[in-house]
Design a protein around this ligand. Structure first.
Ligand code: IPE
Ligand code: IPE
Ligand code: MG
Ligand code: MG
Ligand code: MG
Length: 296
């Protein structure tokens, strides 16, 4: 099948599942339900859940049962975007083509919408429907992966170093730490969890893990590149904002040409780590290419 059809179809599958698992709500906390859905449904490529399903497919697993877990990762990612855009962090006004959460709802509600998405993700992953679908040992292993990738040893840790490094001098080792943690960790966890829950062997999970490490770093390098040469309307968020904030980025440290080369090299390495897989890993292979060729 055509890869753009595959992407479109998978995106629709995730959208429909998100609609089901993240409903609106009435009552006293109605604003919270509204703010949650505002950021979640503003757009977004749904790349992390798509990667999770592709990893499950690559080891021959069933993807239907995994949808709540895939949605949970998208919820955690969306929380990270809401908080990343806050005035105290990157102070950005646009996200997914719309004004950021704090611009619309105010800072307090934006912080709480992020808190809610993060916490509700764990409630969803441990909901009766999910508990019925997977052996509990495997499920706990998967949830542990996601928690570690999102927390101090992963995304939050990377975000802290990203903020602390603004305006300073950062070497390539520190830059890779930031990128691998703030962005790479959740992407790597997404594919690992897909493989774990689908019953992949330890060797398969290892190969997919290396794929995730390379694809995750490549993803953030391209995010940095698009901040320099991307289009505001296409991206749905501010451009040229990293330089303004003196962020530690690949283009700032190595230049655009070398950044592009490194991203392509990492995509190749991601694909090479799937050498022992057959055609069932083709979606993962194409996703690695997509990550470095995307324009938004
Ligand atoms: C943007 O992520 C933030 C990073 C971690 C680089 P995406 O580019 O996946 O954003 P959406 O989900 O498509 O909006
Ligand atoms: C964001 O990195 C990483 C997380 C949200 C965890 P950026 O700050 O570069 O993401 P954008 O460019 O604002 O989407
Ligand atoms: Mg940031
Ligand atoms: Mg940002
Ligand atoms: Mg960026």
């Amino acid at each position: 099948v055509d890869f753009s059809d595959y992407l479109k179809h998978r995106k629709e599958l995730i959208e429909a599942a998100l609609q089901r698992f993240v409903p609106g709500g009435e009552g006293k906390a109605a604003t919270l339900f509204k703010a949650r859905r505002y950021s979640l449904f503003a757009g977004g490529k749904r790349l992390r859940p798509i990667l999770m399903l592709a990893a499950a497919e690559s080891v021959g697993g069933n993807i239907e049962a995994m949808l709540p877990v895939a949605c949970s990762v998208e919820m955690i990612h969306t929380y990270s975007l809401i908080h990343d855009d806050l005035p105290a962090m990157d102070n950005d006004d646009f996200r997914r083509g719309s004004p950021t959460s704090h611009k619309v709802f105010g800072e307090a509600t934006a912080i709480l919408a992020g808190d809610a998405l993060l916490t509700d993700a764990f409630a969803l992953m441990t909901s009766p429907e999910v508990l019925r679908a997977f052996p509990h040992g495997k499920l706990l292993e998967a949830i542990h992966e996601i928690a570690c990738a999102a927390g101090s040893q992963g995304m939050v840790g990377g975000q802290l170093v990203d903020i602390e490094s603004q305006g300073g001098l950062v070497d390539s080792e520190a830059l890779d730490f930031i990128h691998q943690n703030k962005t790479g960790a959740l992407i790597r966890a997404s594919v690992r969890v897909g493989a774990i829950l689908a019953g992949g062997s330890p060797a398969q999970v290892d190969d997919i893990s290396h794929y995730g490490l390379c694809a995750g770093l490549a993803f953030q390098i391209v995010d940095d590149i698009l901040d320099v040469e991307g289009d505001h309307a296409q991206l749905g968020k501010a451009v040229r904002s990293d330089a303004r904030k003196k962020k530690a980025t690949y283009p700032a440290l190595f230049g655009l040409e070398e950044s592009r080369r490194r991203a392509r090299e990492l995509a190749d390495e991601a694909i090479n780590s799937l050498a022992r897989f057959g055609p069932e890993a083709d979606p993962l292979r194409m996703l690695a290419r997509y990550i470095v060729q995307r324009d938004h």
